[in-house]
Design a protein around this ligand. Structure first.
Ligand SMILES: [Zn+2]
Length: 450
């Protein structure tokens, strides 16, 4: 399939986005697209100083030439995040002007426009300036509200315009972050397979194939991505956009994230900073992704055909004791009830666990083959990240391996989504895997801490 065919097909399954244009020097498409989708409406460009310089100003001139009334809002700060006060600012702006937003920027500006558009029961047009996240076309916006980073449900933009010449010139770290965000879909896919096996979240074929069938190809040129080659950047951007469409089709972020992302959410929720700066979503996700690849490496070395299901079922804790464990762990956390809520919703009783583990034991040879085909080894993923310029060691985002090890139990408990760590808990191999990954011979050996 050509890029165009893939996009046409994906747009059919995408529930929110109707127009996706990607190509070189295509900003001139903005006014026409705006006119068609929002006839008779006025526009307001939302940008920051950088995105104004690289694309916003040009979009503004094009809108004026097309005689579409267009205002401008520029964020004055050089570093700003998707905080609730910015939501209020843009909400007020849309109230006052009655306009439709044109988001010119990447993750933060897009998420701010996405949620505020939803507040006004309208959509918006997004002009992408970096291949840094999969969130352009995802269902939901990640916003910090009362100190907690939360995903607010809201539709993706009706139109996304991606000028690859502009995107290819974005800062290298942003593109590397986007590459890692896309690479996370590798272990996330394998964890979705586990949830599918357990019957908790069955794989949705159209969402799965849309992304997973092309994922290897879109990750295959890290050198090109690092060099800013437009073809490689185009493939990366397409992969990120397809991730968004897959989330729209699934009405959930399951196709695009699992435990790999929870390490990042933990760091967000605890206000982690390195050298005084919040770390990018993609950079944090890079470390979560590598960690999950390391877990899969150790998991796939095991022979579970002899798994003692009876013994595991006998040892399986009651819901009450799992809730106590979660309560204790999250006691001093910013959201102390999170663990209890999530573990309660994904708890299985003894019979459920027996069924799940019997499947694992009986199907192990095929499962092992299937998971190995899906997940890259830690070594391969680390090599790709080194080439592309994404973090290959937690120290690069200011997290020690010991700290990373301490995050693992939170990652297991902080989302109702079934993951590899849940399987490991049920099969009594959780402690073993943690010791292997962080032990003397492990990928994240704490004794050889950098
Ligand atoms: Zn992500």
């Amino acid at each position: 399939m050509t890029t165009e065919e893939r996009i046409t097909n994906a747009l059919k399954s995408a529930t929110d986005t109707k127009v996706f244009k990607m190509g070189k020097n295509i900003l001139h498409l903005v006014p026409q697209t705006f006119k068609e989708l929002f006839p008779g409406r006025t526009a307001i460009i939302v940008a920051d100083k950088n995105t104004w310089r690289v694309a916003g100003e040009q979009v503004f001139e094009l809108m004026q030439k097309s005689s579409i009334e267009c205002g401008v809002f520029l964020f004055p700060e050089s570093e700003f995040h998707a905080d609730w006060d910015h939501i209020q600012t843009i909400d007020a702006l849309l109230d006052q002007t009655g306009s439709v937003a044109i988001s010119v920027g990447s993750g933060t500006i897009n998420d701010l426009c996405k949620l505020t558009a939803h507040h006004h029961h309208q959509s918006y047009l997004s002009v992408a300036t970096a291949a840094s996240v999969d969130g352009y076309t995802s269902f939901g916006a990640s916003i910090t509200y009362e100190g907690l980073k939360q995903t607010f449900e809201c539709p993706a933009p009706i139109a996304l315009i991606a000028d690859i010449d502009i995107i290819a010139k974005a800062p290298k770290e942003m593109t590397a972050a986007g590459y890692a965000d896309l690479a996370a879909k590798i272990p996330a896919g394998a964890e979705w397979m586990i949830a599918d096996l357990f019957g908790t979240e069955p794989i949705i074929p159209e969402a799965w194939h849309m992304l997973q069938d092309v994922l290897d190809e879109m990750l295959s040129d890290p050198e090109g991505v690092a060099a800013g080659k437009t073809e490689a950047i185009g493939a990366l951007f397409e992969g990120l956009t397809l991730s968004g469409f897959a989330m729209q089709a699934a009405r959930s972020s399951r196709p695009a994230s699992c435990t790999d992302h929870l390490f990042s959410h933990f760091l967000d929720m605890t206000g982690h900073r390195f050298k005084g700066k919040l770390q990018s979503h993609g950079f944090q996700v890079a470390i979560g992704t590598l960690t999950m690849c390391a877990f899969f490496d150790e998991f796939l070395k095991l022979d579970l055909t002899k798994l003692d299901v009876d013994k595991c079922v006998e040892k399986w804790p009651s819901l009450e004791s799992e809730q106590k464990r979660a309560e204790k762990l999250f006691r001093n956390f910013v959201n102390p009830k999170l663990g209890v809520a999530e573990i309660t919703s994904k708890y299985s009783d003894k019979e459920g666990v027996r069924e799940q583990l019997t499947k694992v034991r009986n199907e192990w040879p095929q499962l092992k083959k299937k998971y190995r085909q899906q997940v890259y080894t830690f070594e391969k993923m680390q090599r790709l990240f080194k080439i592309v310029g994404a973090p290959s060691d937690p120290s690069e985002i200011g997290v020690s391996r010991q700290k990373l090890r301490e995050i693992v139990p939170y990652a297991q408990l902080m989302r109702a989504r079934i993951n590899l760590l849940d399987l490991a808990k049920r099969a009594e191999i959780y402690d073993y895997l943690v010791d292997k990954v962080f032990g003397p011979e492990g990928s994240w050996s704490t004794s050889s801490e950098k």
